[in-house]
Design a protein around this ligand. Structure first.
Ligand SMILES: NC(=O)c1ccc[n+]([C@@H]2O[C@H](COP(=O)([O-])OP(=O)(O)OC[C@H]3O[C@@H](n4cnc5c(N)ncnc54)[C@H](O)[C@@H]3O)[C@@H](O)[C@H]2O)c1
Length: 374
């Protein structure tokens, strides 16, 4: 088996076109796959494995490539799952993957700082792009990659999977349908489990862009507006997180033009599991999306009433959401659905996360200037 010794590989080198291309022979041997969309998966870590499982179980797509620095890890999974259609390659061989005409779209689940270069390479090769959030590190670069996607006419999806969670979606539909009257307050609580590795945190882009963006996207989607102002305060209780200049605990307040107020309460680590709750309060009632547990059993004893611990982490809590977002993107690539998460949504979440980070650093309330196209 091939193993990797390219841990310091700079993805930019792979897009300079200098590598030899074997696409003709690859595509001709795959003509039987044309009734399914061909997929290349970049990154086979925590998020990549979730997308891998959904891709190999889908009737609509065929996994053709996995690109990762650890080839053996991905090859072992293919053998265990009896997937014979896919090859695993190092990032150095990316142009072979992108020049494969059987690849209709790529899924990017690599470390955040590598996203933009892979997105650009895939768009240039005329592929659809499903990218883990964020699609780029800055607002400017996010706008630029969406412009590139528009220019080449290929879909670019930013993976805010929570929108596809059945609870969250139903809550939003009811709020927007008027079930709780005029929306006054929305509270989003997101506490991670387990604590991510320090290696991951060092390249995550920081808690505002790595975690808060999900909550920001959800509250803006539910309210249906962009906030006017943002205020955030934060702290690092975990010394190793403070040492990398990040924080592990955040409280955010957003004020919307309608008067609605959102609070976001984040932690990098909850010892009792993956805590993800939403509450929306209006003049006609309240809606709550609770945590989930593997079972709904309740055990009553002389010491109290007990239930299972809540879901341990994101792969369990959002299992349907990850599946449904992939199904949605497949429809978009086929041309049978409009993309639900637009460039406006990705830019808005990025803009608000920037404002929150600035507020935390300055101690001031920050205006969220929205001059984005809706
Ligand atoms: N939407 C969500 O719920 C969610 C959850 C977790 C992570 N994420 C996002 O997914 C991305 C990956 O996070 P993760 O936790 O899976 O990280 P991870 O460290 O577990 O996995 C990253 C993988 O990418 C590989 N890799 C590194 N550079 C590469 C390159 N240039 N080309 C191909 N493969 C490369 C690594 O070998 C590793 O296997 C991040 O952007 C993160 O923000 C999203």
């Amino acid at each position: 088996m091939q193993t990797s010794n390219h841990s310091n590989f700079d993805t930019r080198n792979a897009f300079d076109g200098s590598e030899s291309i074997e696409s003709a022979s690859i595509s001709s041997s795959r003509s039987d796959l044309r009734n399914r969309l061909g997929v290349a998966l970049f990154g086979f870590g925590r998020a990549g494995r979730i997308h891998y499982s959904n891709v190999i179980r889908s009737r609509h797509v065929e996994l053709l490539w996995i690109v990762d620095e650890d080839v053996e890890k991905a090859e072992d999974a293919l053998v265990a799952d009896r997937v014979t259609t896919a090859k695993v390659v190092l990032p150095l061989r990316v142009s072979e993957v992108l020049n494969d005409s059987c690849v209709d779209f790529v899924i990017i689940a690599t470390p955040t700082p590598t996203h933009e270069v892979i997105v650009r390479g895939a768009l240039k090769a005329d592929k659809g792009v499903f990218c883990e959030k964020p699609v780029a590190m800055t607002l400017h670069d996010t706008a630029a990659v969406y412009e590139e996607a528009d220019h080449v006419g290929r879909p670019l999806y930013s993976a805010f999977q929570r929108r596809f969670d059945p609870n969250v979606r139903s809550l939003r539909d009811r709020v927007r349908g008027g079930d709780i009257g005029t929306l006054h307050v929305i509270k989003s609580c997101s506490r991670d489990s387990p604590l991510p590795s320090i290696q991951f945190l060092m390249t995550s882009g920081g808690i505002f862009h790595d975690c808060a963006v999900h909550d920001i996207d959800i509250v803006c989607w539910i309210v249906g507006e962009a906030p006017l102002t943002a205020y955030a305060t934060a702290h690092s209780f975990i010394p190793s997180i403070g040492e990398i200049n990040d924080v592990d605990t955040v409280a955010i307040v957003l004020k919307f033009p309608s008067g609605a107020i959102a609070t976001v309460d984040l932690s990098r680590h909850a010892c009792y599991g993956y805590d993800q709750r939403l509450e929306v309060f209006g003049d006609q009632g309240m809606l709550v999306s609770e945590n989930r547990a593997p079972t709904t059993l309740r055990q009553a004893t002389s010491r109290g009433v007990f239930t299972d611990p809540i879901d341990y982490s994101f792969p369990d809590r959002y299992s349907e959401a990850y599946r449904f977002e992939l199904d949605h993107f497949i429809e978009v690539v086929k041309g049978t659905a409009e993309m639900e998460i637009t460039s406006y949504d990705a830019l808005l979440a990025n803009r608000v996360a920037d404002a929150c980070e600035k507020s935390y650093k300055t101690g001031q309330v920050v205006s969220v200037n929205i001059d984005l196209k809706n």
